[in-house]
Design a protein around this ligand. Structure first.
Ligand code: NPG
Length: 373
C-alpha cells in the first residue's frame, strides 16, 4: 500500500509502419493516452487502449483524458494508501469507461510491483516465459496485396494469421488465403460489421477450417451471436461484446461464443482480465490475448497476461516492428519460432525511453495530490 502523489497524463502519437484498416475505418497513426503515476515508493506506467474516435467502443482519447483527470485521479488521491484492489474499488464509483480505468489501475499495479521487485507476470500467476504470437492483418487493397502480407508474416514466424473482414471483402479473401496456405492457423475478425441476415456469409466460411470467427455481429447483441453460433461449426469468439467477467459469464451461458478474446485494456485492467481468464479456465473455454496496436507499455502488460495457463491460443501480441519503426520502449522482438519473451523485470518490466517520449508526446498534464486536498 502506498499513496499516489501524482498522476501524469501524456498524449502520444506514433506513425504506424502501414495503415491499419478495419470495418470501421483506417488509422495511419497510433494516438493514445499514457498514464504515469508517482507513489511514495515508485513510478508506474499504464496505457489507455482507446484511440481518437469512439469507434471500437464508446471511449476515445479526449474523453478518457477528462475521465482520468476529473474523476479517476482525484478519487485515487482521496483514497489515501492504495493497492491494486483498493484502487479498483475506488474506480467502481465511475460507471463504464473501462479503458480509462485500465490505464490508471495498471499504472498503480506497475508502481506497486516495481516497489516490491516482482514482475507482473509472476504476480498474475504466469506459467510460461514465452508466448505464442499471431498477427492481425488489416483489410488490404487487393487479394494480391493481402497474400503478400500473409506470406511475409508467415516467413517471420507468426503462428496464427487473422484477417480483418467486412461485408463484400470476406469469403473470397478467406478462400484465397486458405488455398495459398492450406496448413496455417487462420481466423477472421469482423469487428461487429454484420447482422444475422448475413448468416450465409459465415456458413460459407465453415469449410475454410478457421480457428474462429471473431465478433461477427453487433457488440451489444449476445442473443444473436448465440443464434449464429448454433448455425455454425466454426467457433465464434467475442471481443467488443466482453467488457467484464459478467459479460463473459453471460456470453458463455447463452452459447454466444466458444472462445474469448481478453484485452486487459478493454475490460478495466489486469485484475478484471485475470477474472475473465479464471472463469474461462474453470469452464474449459480457450482464451487468447487481443491487441489494440499498443506501444511497448501496453504490449508488456499483454505479454504478462498471455503467459497465464488459460491462454492456449496465439495472441495479437506481435513484435514492435509490426506496428512502429521505433517503439516508445525497447522493441519487443519475435523469435523465428513465432514466440516472444515475457518481460521479467519488476512491474511491467519496461519503461518508455526519454528520447522517444520527447519525440512522441503531443500534450501532457501533471496532476498532483496536493492540488486535490
Ligand atoms: O495487433 O494490436 C494488434 C491489432 C489487433 O486487430 C487487432 N485489433 O478489433 O481487435 C481489434 C483490432 C483493433 C485495433 C481495433 C485497434 C481497434 C483499434
Amino acid at each position: 500500500m502506498s499513496r499516489v502523489r501524482a498522476v501524469e497524463l501524456l498524449l502520444v502519437e506514433l506513425p504506424l509502419v502501414r495503415p491499419f484498416r478495419t470495418s470501421f475505418g483506417e488509422v495511419s497513426d497510433k494516438r493514445c493516452v499514457l498514464v504515469r503515476v508517482e507513489t511514495d515508493d515508485a513510478e508506474g506506467w499504464g496505457e489507455c487502449v482507446a484511440d481518437s474516435r469512439p469507434d471500437f467502443s464508446g471511449e476515445f482519447n479526449e474523453g478518457a483524458w477528462l475521465v482520468l483527470r476529473d474523476f479517476l485521479a482525484p478519487w485515487l488521491f482521496r483514497a489515501g494508501d492504495v493497492d491494486a484492489s483498493t484502487a479498483e474499488d475506488a474506480f467502481a464509483q465511475v460507471r463504464g469507461n473501462p479503458m480509462a480505468k485500465a490505464a490508471l489501475l495498471d499504472a498503480v499495479v506497475d508502481a506497486e510491483l516495481r516497489a516490491s521487485g516482482m514482475s507482473l507476470a509472476s504476480w498474475l500467476g504466469a506459467e510460461r516465459d514465452r508466448v505464442e504470437c499471431g498477427v492481425s492483418i488489416g483489410i488490404a487493397s487487393s487479394t494480391e496485396a493481402l497474400l503478400e502480407q500473409v506470406t511475409g508474416y508467415l516467413e517471420q514466424g507468426y503462428r496464427r494469421i487473422k484477417l480483418k473482414i467486412e461485408p463484400g471483402i470476406d469469403v473470397d479473401r478467406v478462400r484465397s488465403v486458405r488455398d495459398a496456405h492450406p496448413g496455417i492457423v487462420l481466423s477472421v475478425d469482423a469487428n461487429a460489421a454484420y447482422s444475422l441476415t448475413d448468416a450465409d456469409v459465415f456458413r460459407s466460411m465453415d469449410d475454410a477450417d478457421l480457428l474462429m470467427i471473431e465478433q461477427p455481429l453487433h457488440h451489444e447483441d449476445l442473443l444473436q451471436h448465440a443464434e449464429l453460433q448454433a448455425l455454425l461449426r466454426t467457433d465464434l469468439c467475442l471481443d467488443e461484446s466482453i467488457r467484464s467477467a459478467a459479460d463473459a459469464a453471460a456470453a458463455l451461458a447463452l452459447g454466444a461464443c466458444r472462445i474469448v478474446n481478453i484485452k486487459q485494456g478493454r475490460v478495466g485492467g489486469v485484475l478484471e482480465a485475470k477474472r475473465i481468464h479464471d472463469l474461462c479456465l474453470d469452464r474449459r473455454v480457450p482464451v487468447w490475448c487481443g491487441g489494440m496496436l499498443e506501444t511497448g507499455v501496453g504490449r508488456a502488460l499483454n505479454l504478462a497476461l498471455a503467459a497465464l495457463p488459460g491462454f492456449t491460443l496465439p495472441g495479437d501480441t506481435s513484435a514492435s516492428a509490426r506496428y512502429f519503426h521505433d517503439d516508445l520502449t525497447e522493441p519487443f522482438e519475435l523469435a523465428p519460432d513465432g514466440t516472444m519473451a515475457v518481460p521479467t523485470g519488476p512491474g511491467i518490466g519496461v519503461t518508455p525511453r526519454p528520447d522517444r517520449l520527447q519525440a512522441c508526446v503531443t500534450r501532457r498534464e501533471l496532476l498532483r495530490q496536493a492540488d486535490n486536498e
